[in-house]
Write a protein that binds this ligand. Structure first.
Ligand SMILES: *Cc1c(COP(=O)(O)O)cnc(C)c1O
Length: 330
């Protein structure tokens, strides 16, 4: 068996039980009408810290040895993973240092500091921040918890798949966000172990789709990172990728790429019809159904993966404004 298997995902479920929220699954009548099939939405944006990243981070932190716990955890993520790692570490009583560059916006710094992490501002790029993480690992023996390419993290994210199948036993198609591939690797491994016929479709944005480009190339390749409404889906998969590239290649049936306009419509639909505030990266399953990019042949599920959207941006989108972040970035 390549990558992470069902045994590790079941062990993760038992390990993080009570430390994460078991999020609800709701049906969507308006999307069912469009899809011609029952549509289920997993409200993972209601997870503690606002995203599923808490599952993987908690599964990693809870497996630290006594010696590792004493030295603490570190990482360079300024987004949902950083927040989740900070939360999981504080709960476990473990020191957490998140390194970030001086260019990271203040609201992100505050969100992570608010979860109790020590913030270390270094340099002016993500690479500078990662260098400081590497130094903390080498000099102080801290443990780096990566955002996706890590067996403990993948197994933690896979627990979401187990819950989904418990709540939707007749599930035929799962629409899952695809960025670094930690979420979809874990969820696909869980779903296909339990019910091999389930189709797992990866959804991401056209702008800077690193895993999609890597699958086409047959190996991990770098892509240019561009401003997108689905900022949680940005970034590369790592040229030395160890787990998620192979797992996505072997387990994911299809990948769908979305335009910025399609993502914006997903944010609007989530708000107006489902009454939920969801970030751009969190709505892509909804977007794919809305725009009939997928024609499911049975009950379908999408995951609302995160809530961290800038509220001014959200307001502009739901007011109908045509937001082009590429133009705004200049
Ligand atoms: C990290 C993230 C994703 C993508 O997960 P990967 O494991 O990197 O593929 C999707 N949605 C949200 C909200 C995220 O924070």
């Amino acid at each position: 068996m390549r990558g992470v298997g069902i045994e590790e995902i079941e062990a993760a479920r038992d390990r993080i039980k009570g430390l994460i929220r078991r999020t609800p699954v709701e049906t969507s009548a308006s999307l069912a009408e469009i899809a011609g099939q029952p549509v289920h939405l997993k409200f993972e944006h209601h997870q503690f810290t606002g995203s599923f990243k808490l599952r993987g981070a908690t599964n990693a932190v809870e497996q630290l040895s006594e010696a590792e716990r004493a030295r603490g955890v570190t990482g360079a993520s300024t987004g949902n993973h950083g927040r989740a790692l900070a939360f999981a570490a504080r709960r476990a009583g473990v020191r957490c240092v998140i390194c970030m560059s001086a260019l990271v916006p203040r609201n992100k710094v505050e969100a992570i500091g608010g979860e109790g992490a020590e913030i270390r501002i270094v340099g002016r790029s993500q690479d500078d921040a990662q260098e400081e993480v590497d130094r903390l690992v080498a000099d102080e023996g801290m443990v780096m918890v990566p955002p996706f390419d890590d067996a403990r993290v993948i197994a933690g994210q896979g627990t979401l798949g187990l819950e989904l199948l418990e709540d939707v036993p007749d599930l035929a198609v799962a629409l899952v966000q695809l960025s670094g591939g930690g979420l979809i690797s874990g969820v696909a491994a869980a779903l296909k172990a339990r019910k091999p016929g389930i189709r797992v479709i990866g959804i991401t944005m056209t702008r800077g789709a690193a895993m999609h480009a890597s699958l086409a190339a047959g190996k991990p390749v770098p892509v240019e990172e561009l401003p997108t409404l689905a900022d949680s889906l940005g970034g590369g998969i790592g040229l030395g990728n160890r787990h998620t590239f192979a797992m996505v290649r072997d387990l994911v049936d299809e990948v769908v790429l979305l335009s910025e306009d399609e993502i914006a419509d997903g944010v609007r639909h989530a708000y107006r019809r489902e009454r939920q505030v969801v970030e751009g990266g969190g709505v892509v399953g909804i977007s794919a159904l809305l725009h009939r990019r997928i024609r499911p042949e049975g009950p379908v599920a999408a995951i609302l993966t995160g809530a961290s959207i800038d509220m001014d941006l959200h307001y502009r989108l739901i007011s109908g404004e045509n937001v082009d972040l590429m133009r705004e970035a200049g």
